[in-house]
Design a protein around this ligand. Structure first.
Ligand code: TXA
Ligand code: MG
Length: 323
């Protein structure tokens, strides 16, 4: 079973143990402000392979390389002026920038799936201290079995992967609760590859341009490896519900009661006051809580699509997709 260390109680030992496990080429569960990551040395093939093995990921998708400072970022990626401005404005934070690989970058091709680009993020909080102590970028997808709901608490990781890894760092619940927003500059235009924990409108303000959400053929842009069915609870998922059917669990938003909810298996409200930031932070743990009741279906009431609602709706649509 994995050792769990609370980072606020034992910061020094948490860093020492993390560096020790990472140096052996093994993955650790790393708290970031978005979700808990399964992190390993991004420069070592064996370390990256062990991430895929622990997650049971069917194929090698590109992973985000996490850095502790701008100097480390610039050793591995080439920053165009727009990407640099976004990094200065939003790092450390829930933004991943896909940039051209720098000559001499030592991030392993297994972490980039052989692409000549690289996803880079500087996370906030304890993750950043771990990377600084380790001195090399960490590749980290979310710390869950492939296809399942991302973990926002150390206990989620322990339940899912506790027997497969050596160390879980516990820094409390993730403050943002949704994975990072991913953007890429192409020919001077900014493309949204994944909506996430940073509001796309904030990115547009700093970049001084609109984000492209579709390619030239009109298809939705996506980061490679984004699966239609993802974030899947055991239960079926029904979106934009206006009532609750017998035997369903209800996850609602904004304090509005739905007809039939008195008979629901459980009723959870992502944000009774209608705050999308609060809703994002609660989303994954409420999905797990509703799923744990054994309800056959989880009904979700409508979530507004502006601001962080875009990312919340993206995750819900993946959770509801046919499996
Ligand atoms: O918040 C997050 O981003 C979390 C925490 C742990 O940092 N990580 C995360 O990783 O969500 P993961 O592996 O679930 O998602 C990484 C996404 C994938 O959809 C992948 O396709 C995209 O990043 N990505 C990575 N490198 C890329 C590249 N060079 N070009 C395009 N997309 C890339
Ligand atoms: Mg994931």
């Amino acid at each position: 079973m994995a050792e769990i260390i609370e980072t606020t109680l034992d910061r020094v030992r948490a860093l020492e143990r993390a560096v020790d496990v990472l140096t052996r080429g093994r993955p650790i569960a790393l708290p970031t402000e978005t979700v808990y990551g399964l992190a390993a040395d991004a420069t070592r093939a064996d370390a990256i392979a062990s991430i895929y093995e622990v997650k049971g990921r069917p194929r090698f998708n590109p992973l985000i390389s996490h850095v502790s400072d701008m100097e480390m970022a610039a050793r591995h990626g080439l920053f165009d002026p727009v990407s640099r401005r976004l990094a200065e404005a939003f790092w450390p934070g829930p933004l991943t920038l896909v940039v051209t690989r720098a000559p001499g970058a030592t991030v392993h091709a297994l972490a980039t799936a052989g692409l000549d680009t690289l996803g880079l993020r500087m996370p906030a909080g304890f993750a950043r201290e771990v990377i600084a102590a380790f001195g090399k970028p960490l590749a980290a997808p979310s710390a869950n079995t492939s296809g399942r709901i991302s973990p926002t608490m150390a206990a989620h990781v322990a339940d899912d992967l506790g027997s497969a890894i050596d160390l879980i760092l516990d820094a409390g619940p993730a403050g943002i609760g949704l994975e990072s927003t991913i953007v890429k500059v192409e020919n001077g235009r900014l493309r949204l590859l994944r909506p996430g924990g940073l509001d796309a409108a904030d990115i547009e303000t700093v970049a001084g341009q609109r984000l492209l959400r579709q390619d030239s053929a009109g298809a939705t842009l996506e980061a490679p490896g984004m699966l239609a069915s993802h974030y899947a609870p055991g239960a079926a998922v029904r979106l934009d519900a206006t009532d609750v059917r017998p035997g369903e669990a209800l996850i609602r938003f904004g304090g509005t009661a739905l007809s039939g909810e008195a008979a629901a298996v459980i009723v959870l409200d992502l944000s009774p006051s209608g705050n999308l930031r609060e809703a994002a932070a609660n989303l994954f743990s409420y999905m797990k809580q509703a799923d744990a009741t054994g309800a056959r279906t989880i009904a979700f009431s409508a979530i507004p699509s502006q601001g962080l609602g875009e990312a919340i709706r993206d995750r819900l649509e993946r959770a509801a997709a046919p499996r």
